[in-house]
Design a protein around this ligand. Structure first.
Ligand SMILES: C[S@@+](CC[C@H](N)C(=O)[O-])C[C@H]1O[C@@H](n2cnc3c(N)ncnc32)[C@H](O)[C@@H]1O
Length: 212
C-alpha cells in the first residue's frame, strides 16, 4: 500500500467520512439491520454508533489496520460485538449463507473489483438476506457526469482508488440483487460530482444458485 496508503489515507478517510452531514444517512442505512451482519469497508467505524439493538454481531472487513485503530473510541462505546474479520471485500473468509445482512457505506466506490465484491456478498448472505447501503456514484445529470469523468483520475489518486462514476444501482441489479428501497439524491454541502448518492436496501437472491 505504501506510506501514503498506510499512514495518511486512513486519516484522510476518517476525517472525510466523519462529517456531521453523513450521520443522518448512516442512521438511515443502519436502521433496519438485524441479526449477524458483515460490514465491508469498515474504515474507522463511523457506523458503529448507529448499529441498532437488533444486530447480534458485526464482522468488519477492512484492509487498513490504522482504520481499525482510529475506530477505537467508537468500538469501546459499541453496544454490539464487532470483530475485525478480514481484509478484502473481494474475497470474504466466510462460508456461504453466513449473514442475515450486509452493510456498505461509501465503499463500493473504492473496492477495486466491485463486481467480485458484490458476488461475494451474494455468496455470504443467507438467501433473501439484505444489503443496506449508502454510496456515491454516477450522477443522474449529464452535466454532473461530465465533471465526474474529468475529475475521476484525480479522485482515484487522492482517495485510494475511489471512483466517481460507478453506477451503483445498476451494479447491484447486475449482481442479482433486487433493490427494495432506493433514494437517489445529492448530498447536502457536498460538491455534486462527489455527492451524487443512493441509499437503500437490496435483497440477495432467494436461491443459492450462482448466475455467474
Ligand atoms: C471512503 S472509505 C468508507 C469507509 C466507511 N465505510 C465509512 O462509511 O466511513 C472506503 C473504505 O473502503 C476500504 N476498502 C478499500 N478496498 C477495500 C477492499 N478491497 N475490501 C474492503 N474494503 C476496502 C478502504 O480502506 C476504506 O476504509
Amino acid at each position: 500500500m505504501g506510506m501514503y496508503g498506510e499512514r495518511m489515507l486512513p486519516r484522510i478517510v476518517n476525517m472525510a467520512c466523519g462529517q456531521q452531514d453523513m450521520r443522518p444517512l448512516r442512521r438511515r442505512a443502519c436502521a433496519s439491520l438485524a441479526g449477524d451482519v458483515v460490514e465491508i469497508g469498515f474504515g474507522s467505524g463511523h457506523n458503529v454508533p448507529f448499529y441498532p439493538p437488533a444486530v447480534t454481531q458485526v464482522a468488519a472487513i477492512e484492509p487498513a489496520g490504522l482504520g481499525w485503530k482510529l475506530a477505537d473510541k467508537r468500538l469501546r462505546a459499541a453496544t454490539v460485538p464487532v470483530r475485525w474479520s478480514g481484509l478484502d471485500g473481494q474475497d470474504l473468509p466466510f462460508p456461504d449463507g453466513t449473514f442475515d445482512a450486509a452493510l456498505s457505506t461509501w465503499t463500493l466506490c473504492t473496492i477495486p473489483d466491485v463486481v467480485a465484491a458484490l458476488d461475494e456478498l451474494q455468496r455470504v448472505l443467507k438467501p433473501g438476506g439484505t444489503l443496506h447501503f449508502v454510496e456515491h456514484g454516477l450522477a443522474p445529470d449529464e452535466s454532473v457526469r461530465r465533471w465526474q469523468r474529468r475529475l475521476e483520475p484525480v479522485q482515484k489518486v487522492v482517495f485510494g482508488g475511489c471512483h466517481l462514476t460507478r453506477p451503483i444501482a445498476d451494479l447491484l441489479t447486475g449482481a442479482g440483487f433486487t433493490i427494495t428501497e432506493l433514494d437517489v439524491f445529492y448530498q447536502t454541502r457536498a460538491p455534486k460530482f462527489g455527492g451524487a448518492s443512493c441509499l437503500g436496501i437490496a435483497k440477495a437472491r432467494t436461491s443459492t444458485a450462482r448466475t455467474r
